[in-house]
Design a protein around this ligand. Structure first.
Ligand SMILES: [Zn+2]
Length: 432
């Protein structure tokens, strides 16, 4: 996890009183499955105590104000009066692609006129159209783009972000992209988990020899990235027109040889049999729009989190969304993320994703919140520090200007996030 280098003079002792509804999401450090996904651990009239960037205690206000820690530290204590509003763990956006330069407006209009994703890709649009501008940009310019996205995410309640490379697609440009993520993360108060996605598509210079590109990823890029600690995860877009299951195996094996964990884009447009990939114990398998029934049962027994990305279904104009109810009812741990990217999901907003999850995938508002906090933290294996409000965890919290937590998914495309506390510090959300 990359943390920022800021130091400021806010008091390290913080009290959040007068919380109308506090959603702690506390529990054990495993992802929530089945009916447990619906439990947000709501406390009315609550308060939270923080010190040194960590949660000290959270509970009913009467108890918190009598807490010996409050008496001992009263003179040093800073307060943020929550005025009856809703407080919950800051969101964890566990799947984003922020290192790009331009929006894809030509593709946007082509799709409006009836073209499909694969037709656009075959005509040189899609992911391939983002490669040139990333290769031509400096690391500094790219890090500026990432920083703008991270700031937009923070303003909508997110304090932990997984960020992928994937538009450079050469050793030099993928490393430059990961360095841009690291640079941006160091200027952002939240935490960033970086992922190498060199296996996004085969770049044009390797069209005739895709296997040579896979070898470059396995033999050159993954070892270099691991050596320089530029990524925690290796990701593969395993899909028709991108990388095969066999190639995904090779890349996952190379990741493990170099001490990196894995995650993959699967089953977005065509089903892939997941059984063999699960042997690598990937942290997450993402998209999951069309999953084979046998795999659903296997996923129900595994700790791999299924990350659902309804923003992509929305933006591509799909009538079908991932079948979240089938996954939840089969005991599969699910998470939600924005999939922030220029082609299929240009949104930084977790509340909007939660609204889509409720309206199109029939999650309850409570399930959507658990999927965007504690389960998303599990998808990044950060559940010991992120995703819930309980003693010892990082004090990352969002204050929403609503009186009932269900309003967060209800007021769609209306940002109700009023305050962000990250590592125990109040953030200024007025910038940019
Ligand atoms: Zn993606």
């Amino acid at each position: 996890m990359i943390r920022n280098r800021h130091r400021d003079r806010q008091s390290p002792y913080l009290l959040l009183p007068n919380i109308g509804q506090l959603l702690t999401l506390r529990g054990d450090s495993t992802p929530r499955r089945g009916s447990a996904l619906n439990e947000v651990n709501l406390i009315q009239d609550a308060a939270v105590l923080c010190s040194g960037g960590k949660i000290i205690a959270a509970g009913p206000q009467r108890e918190m104000l009598r807490h010996p820690w409050v008496k001992k530290n009263r003179r040093k204590l800073a307060e943020i009066d929550c005025r009856g509003r809703v407080v919950l763990p800051a969101f964890v956006d566990c799947h984003t692609h922020p290192v790009f330069v331009n929006p894809r407006l030509v593709d946007f209009e082509k799709r409006i006129n009836g073209a499909h994703y694969e037709e656009i890709a075959a005509a040189g649009g899609g992911i391939r159209s983002s490669i040139g501008p990333v290769r031509e940009s400096s690391r500094k310019a790219l890090s500026g783009k990432v920083q703008v996205a991270l700031e937009a995410m923070l303003r909508q309640g997110t304090a932990t972000v997984e960020a992928k490379s994937g538009y450079g697609l050469s050793a030099k440009d993928e490393i430059k992209s990961l360095e841009a993520i690291r640079d941006a993360a160091q200027h952002w108060p939240g935490a960033v988990s970086p992922t190498l996605l060199a296996a996004h598509v085969v770049p044009p210079e390797f069209t005739e020899k895709p296997q040579a590109y896979v070898e470059l990823i396995c033999e050159e890029l993954i070892p270099a990235v691991a050596r320089r600690k530029l990524a925690h995860y290796v990701d593969v877009f395993c899909e028709r027109g991108a990388f095969t299951l066999e190639q995904t195996h090779e890349i996952f094996a190379a990741a493990h040889r170099n001490g990196l964990d894995t995650r993959a884009h699967v089953c977005q447009f065509t089903p892939t049999l997941l059984k063999e990939l699960l042997a690598y114990k990937p942290a997450s398998l993402d998209h999951m729009d069309c999953v084979h029934q046998d795999d659903v049962a296997l996923l129900g027994q595994s700790r791999t989190v299924a990350v659902l990305l309804p923003g992509a279904s929305y933006f591509l104009g799909h009538k079908e969304y991932p079948d979240a109810r089938r996954l939840i009812d089969s005991g599969v741990p699910i998470a939600l993320a924005t999939d922030y990217n220029p082609g299929t999901s240009p949104t930084p907003s977790m509340p909007f994703i939660m609204s889509l999850a409720c309206t199109h995938m029939k999650l309850t508002p409570a399930e959507a919140i658990a999927a965007g906090t504690i389960n998303a933290a599990c998808a990044l294996r950060l559940q010991d520090r992120k995703g819930s409000i309980e003693p010892g965890k990082d004090a990352d919290m969002a204050v929403f200007d609503v009186h009932d937590y269900r309003e967060i998914a209800y007021w769609f495309a209306w940002n109700r996030c009023a305050e962000m506390i990250v590592a125990g510090k109040r953030q200024n959300l007025d910038g940019n």
